[in-house]
Design a protein around this ligand. Structure first.
Ligand code: GAP
Length: 456
């Protein structure tokens, strides 16, 4: 399995992901997406939107404000329950999530549902050492709320505290009536959203896996209560199909159901799709049955009627909710890990990112063999660039350019040589995965590429 070091290094070297605020020494656990990273992330996001929203008649979109009335987060239970237990090392002051510290040190110990006192006992009795400095002296465990607080107004002292959203879901609930009335959808139907979420994580880390701000794609699917099991199973199957669409290696995924005491405060049943990363099996996506918890609480706290009337029976009820949720930043990481391949070619190691063709940052690169052919190559490039995602690359030897495009996962490299202009008006098209080369007339190029990339 590829190491994280190799993937992180490739991401930096080729412009996928950079350390945030790098020229100032960085800001821990913040990352910036570079020119190729943003293309990859956008491709995943757009494919997700097509798969779960555009191609369906029963899901509509929303793009809500990040800042919401603080009463939203009280009603949703996040102010009271969106917590992790933390401990600090008394020696080096490093901070840890108590559950991670225990589970990473003690084999086969699960801490879900344990009280703070029990967590303290486990740490003390097993003389668990600080992973950073090796001392076994910790503070007592304390509860820490994950919501990011900020304030509105110029003077912090006079202003109102607000939270950066910890999940997208709440604005789908607070807009339930608006969407229902304007879209005229009938149950079952979903509201989907893509955007930033923020969590004051105690132990962020593993590159873009767990960060303080991240991109999330999720939808709330509103249903009558008695249909929840059917919809839960259906959406799990759709989520698995999505893995193939995104190019996430299914053979490295598994489904894990949450135990009773691990469930979030709003959930009656949750199952995660986990991915086998170089740092262990980790949550990639989640599917939760949120019952009517959120709509019921918002109805109570806001006083606004959030019921639904069945048009056939005229029965009024609060819809229940199935929620498929997908970390977009985590998707980027798992797509990168799935795509990374090393192969021996002529005694050398070829690194090739085998992205699905529609996910690759560039689908096509145009490469003039020598600079004298730049004008002719530009003409070919101009013809292709409005229909495909393309790069024009004229610097370095052709071998180096092929290696670069293998490393950034460009499915097709088109090379112009002297024969192109002097003899056959044709170009060489090199396939990233097979390295096979075809000679194609420029007039036939668009048709050839369309066929190759269709259904990608
Ligand atoms: N609305 C439900 C919800 O937010 P969650 O399991 O807490 O559920 C959803 O988060 C998804 O967001 C996760 O499955 C994961 O992919 C991603 N995620 C959660 N915390 C993250 C973090 N700190 N950094 C990056 N991605 C994160």
């Amino acid at each position: 399995m590829v190491t994280m070091e190799k993937v992180v290094s490739l991401c930096k070297r080729r412009g996928f992901v950079f350390q945030g605020s790098e020229i100032y020494g960085g800001l821990a656990n913040t990352w910036d997406y570079g020119p190729l990273g943003v293309e990859l992330k956008n491709n995943i996001q757009q494919a997700w939107w097509k798969f779960f929203v555009k191609d369906r008649a029963d899901v509509v979109g929303l793009d809500a404000a990040v800042l919401m009335n603080p009463k939203v987060w009280e009603a949703s239970g996040h102010v009271a329950n969106f917590n992790d237990a933390q401990v600090d090392c008394l020696q080096c002051k490093s901070r840890f999530r108590a559950d991670h510290l225990i589970e990473d040190t003690l084999e086969n110990v699960k801490v879900e549902g344990l009280s703070l006192t029990d967590l303290d006992k486990l740490i003390e009795q097993n003389k668990i050492k600080c992973p950073k400095c090796g001392q076994a002296k910790f503070t007592k465990t304390r509860v820490f709320n994950l919501l990011f607080k900020t304030n509105i107004g110029p003077l912090a002292a006079d202003s109102d505290d607000v939270f950066l959203r910890g999940e997208l879901a709440q604005s789908m609930f607070t807009n339930f009536k608006n969407v229902l009335n304007t879209s005229r959808k009938k149950l079952p139907f979903g509201i989907a959203q893509v955007g930033k979420a923020f969590r004051n994580e105690i132990t962020p880390g593993n590159f873009i896996f767990r960060t303080l701000e991240f991109d999330l794609m999720e939808f709330e699917y509103f249903i009558p209560e008695n249909e929840w099991e059917k919809h839960f199973d259906y959406w799990m199957t759709e989520m698995e199909k999505w893995l193939d669409t995104a190019g996430i290696d299914r053979s490295r995924t598994r489904i894990r159901q949450h135990s009773e005491d691990e469930l979030s405060h709003y959930s009656k049943k949750t199952a995660d799709i986990e991915f086998e990363t170089p740092f262990g099996w980790k949550e990639l996506y989640g599917l939760a049955y949120r019952t009517d918890f959120d709509l019921k609480n918002h109805m109570e706290k806001s006083g606004v009627d959030l019921t639904y009337m069945d048009p056939h029976t005229n029965e009024k009820f609060i819809p229940h909710v199935i929620e498929p949720t997908f970390g977009l930043s985590r998707s980027v990481l798992m797509v990168l890990l799935s795509a990374y391949h090393e192969e021996e070619v002529d005694g050398e190691t070829r690194v090739v990112m085998k992205f699905k063709k529609n996910m690759a940052p560039y689908q096509i690169a145009v490469l003039p063999l020598v600079n004298k052919l730049n004008d002719a190559a530009t003409e070919v490039w101009e013809k292709l660039r409005t229909s495909y995602s393309t790069d024009f690359d004229s610097s370095g030897s052709i071998g180096k350019r092929y290696r670069r495009h293998d490393e950034i996962g460009t499915p097709y490299c088109i090379t112009l040589d002297y024969e192109t202009i002097e003899k056959d008006q044709a170009v060489t098209v090199r396939d990233r995965d097979t390295m096979k080369q075809d000679r194609i007339k420029i007039t036939q190029l668009d048709k050839y590429l369309k066929e190759k990339l269709s259904g990608a």
